[in-house]
Design a protein around this ligand. Structure first.
Ligand code: BTN
Length: 252
């Protein structure tokens, strides 16, 4: 069996002490030179970590896993671009499942432990016409931090759940190994299993729950997620409601 230190040698890693954001750092770097696929940047500390919806990403120095990696998914159909999000989320879930129970994926790509958020992902894509040129996936997993600021919504760390510190590099190695496996599956055209696995891993997969859209709150159950990433919720009247990211909020 390969140990995690060996598997960290399967892709180039740059370990940065401090940067504004690993996504920005990797993006800049990729503009100046050709980087091997899966090149990864980790940071001990981010001075301006970026989250979804223009939010920040909080992390105490050295306590959590903060990283970004680059891929060139030219073989993927941009009309079905949500497939990349699916395999990133599944890779993170797979690794966290080894540590704790009740890990799920909150559409589109947050990772939850019960009703608390343990990980966030910021994927930045670059397309040229219909060609998918590159993606930078930035991932923040709360590992050893014990207290979070008031501005961070419903956070949780692995240590808060298990009561123990965890080896950050081991989790990085696990996520990247899983991701590379899934990515090769996509290259072979094996997408059906990924789609099923993603669906089965969803937060609020079953039953009716409370949501909020531009028209107010409503109860709905999860339907399908379309290839480009649109979420379908089925309300209590049986109507399908379609949402792009940011158009609907989960009321927790
Ligand atoms: C979210 O809002 O849920 C997304 C958070 C993404 C945070 C990670 S930390 C590493 C990478 N660098 C960033 O600036 N953001 C991502």
């Amino acid at each position: 069996m390969m140990n995690y230190r060996d598997s960290l040698k399967n892709f180039p890693i740059l370990k940065i002490q401090e940067t504004d954001s690993t996504n920005n750092y990797l993006n800049e770097l990729s503009r100046n030179k050709i980087l091997k696929e899966f090149t990864t940047v980790t940071a001990y500390f981010q001075t301006a970590g970026r989250g979804q919806r223009g939010n920040g990403w909080e992390s105490e120095p050295g306590e959590n896993l903060l990283f970004s990696f680059i891929v060139y998914p030219e073989f993927l159909d941009i009309r079905k671009q949500f497939i990349l999000s699916r395999i990133i989320s599944l890779s993170i879930k797979k690794v966290l499942d080894h540590y704790v129970s009740d890990i799920s994926i909150k559409w589109p790509n947050d990772i939850y432990r019960k009703d608390l958020k343990i990980c966030g992902t910021l994927i930045e894509n670059e397309f040229q016409g219909s060609i998918w040129k590159k993606s930078i996936a930035g991932i923040g997993i709360n590992i050893n931090q014990l207290e979070f600021g008031k501005t961070t919504r419903n956070p949780v760390s692995l240590r808060q759940i298990t009561g123990e510190r965890h080896e950050i590099n081991k989790i990085l190695s696990g996520v990247m190994s899983c991701f590379m496996f899934y990515y090769e599956e996509l290259r072979k055209g094996n997408t059906e299993d990924v789609i099923t696995e993603y669906h089965n891993s969803l937060y609020r997969k079953d039953g009716f729950h409370l949501y909020r859209d531009a028209n107010g709150e409503f109860m709905a159950r999860t339907g399908r997620i379309l290839p480009e990433g649109t979420l379908i919720l089925i309300d209590e009247n049986g109507n399908n409601r379609e949402y792009a990211f940011k158009e609907v909020e989960y009321v927790l």
